[in-house]
Design a protein around this ligand. Structure first.
Ligand SMILES: [Zn+2]
Length: 327
């Protein structure tokens, strides 16, 4: 299978070579990505056949993003719009309507293993931790597009590398549908990037294995790492839920501090997309030292330590492991 795809890509490249630069430049696929992590996946799949515009850029918080007037024009002229889905992009519906776009809106989490948001029932992440990561939803839930229960699922599915591989496959499918001539290239790119994702996942598992099991409870500001917890066995507690939209109450914070003491949390981290103040307060009340910055819902800018998805995941596990084992 892989050999066939690669061969096809090579033949395609050879036969189209003389005309390729000007044709590609004239016919690049216009792709809009809702946020930075998806843009990075799209770049890896699309290569130089696509032009990508990112709505919520590096270090941006998509939960609370307010679209700019220019965003409607950008979406309106797109060939393909790539989004996470699972109500991560609260701004999306209104923006798509305002743009009157004809482009397909492709929900990349579709078909993935989706975790239910246990907060939906009025509990906090303490409850999810007690259940061992929350319930699973069937992959087909994406068909229920009519529902508007805010936050029914945990949207941060990219924090599992396994799901990231699905995002990449969904992007290749979407690009093939929009640009059949480039399909062999997209499939070959997706496959070689998929191999890097496989290697990344093995690295994360090896790093977690070096952390003693009784030290695998850590704190972040919002509940963005449920998939990481589910896949890799690090337990995350957070004062804020799966969306940064609503702030943690005083009683949420008090309950969390109690739980941090009970569970003997090993480290506490700030996130690039959230205000560090609350985490600093919890750190000082519990005597935990802030172990660094994790990248949850956005990449860093290109000079930062998480400019790509691969760098982000490596940075996160290295920072987590370093803070736990160093303390
Ligand atoms: Zn989030």
């Amino acid at each position: 299978m892989s050999r066939t795809l690669k061969l096809a890509a090579v033949i395609g490249a050879i036969t189209s070579l003389p005309m390729a630069p000007s044709v590609a430049a004239a016919e690049n696929l216009k792709v809009v990505a809702s946020f930075s992590i998806i843009a990075d996946f799209a770049k890896n799949v699309g290569g130089d056949r696509v032009d990508i515009v990112t709505l919520v850029g590096p270090n941006g918080d998509a939960h609370v993003y307010e679209p700019k007037p220019a965003d409607a024009a950008t979406v309106g002229s797109a060939d393909v719009v790539l989004v996470n889905g699972l109500q991560f992009e609260g701004f999306l519906q209104r923006l798509v309507e305002a743009s009157a776009t004809k482009a397909p809106i492709v929900e990349l989490s579709k078909g993935g293993e989706v975790l239910r948001n246990s907060e939906e029932e009025g509990h906090h992440d303490q409850e999810k931790a007690a259940e061992g990561g929350g319930g699973h939803a069937a992959a087909e839930e994406g068909h229920e597009e009519g529902h508007h229960h805010h936050g029914e699922y945990d949207p941060h599915a990219w924090q599992s590398v396994h799901n990231a591989e699905l995002y990449v496959k969904n992007i290749a499918d979407a690009f093939c549908a929009a640009d059949a001539a480039g399909c062999d290239t997209y499939r070959a790119n997706a496959e070689s990037y998929g191999q890097q994702l496989d290697a990344l996942e093995a690295e994360i598992k090896a790093a977690v294995a070096e952390i003693p099991e009784d030290k695998r409870t850590i704190i972040t500001s919002h509940d963005a790492f449920g998939y990481f917890e589910h896949e890799y066995g690090i337990k995350f507690l957070a004062p804020e839920g799966v969306s940064t939209e609503s702030e943690a109450s005083a009683s949420d914070v008090a309950a969390l501090i109690k739980q941090i003491r009970q569970d003997k949390a090993s480290a506490i981290f700030v996130e690039n997309v959230t205000n560090p103040r609350l985490i600093e307060q919890i750190a000082s009340e519990t005597g935990l030292k802030v172990g660094g910055e994790l990248y949850s819902d956005a990449l860093s800018d290109k000079d930062g330590s998480a400019a790509t998805y691969l760098e982000m995941m490596r940075h996160n596990i290295t920072t987590i492991k370093g803070a736990i084992l160093g303390s």
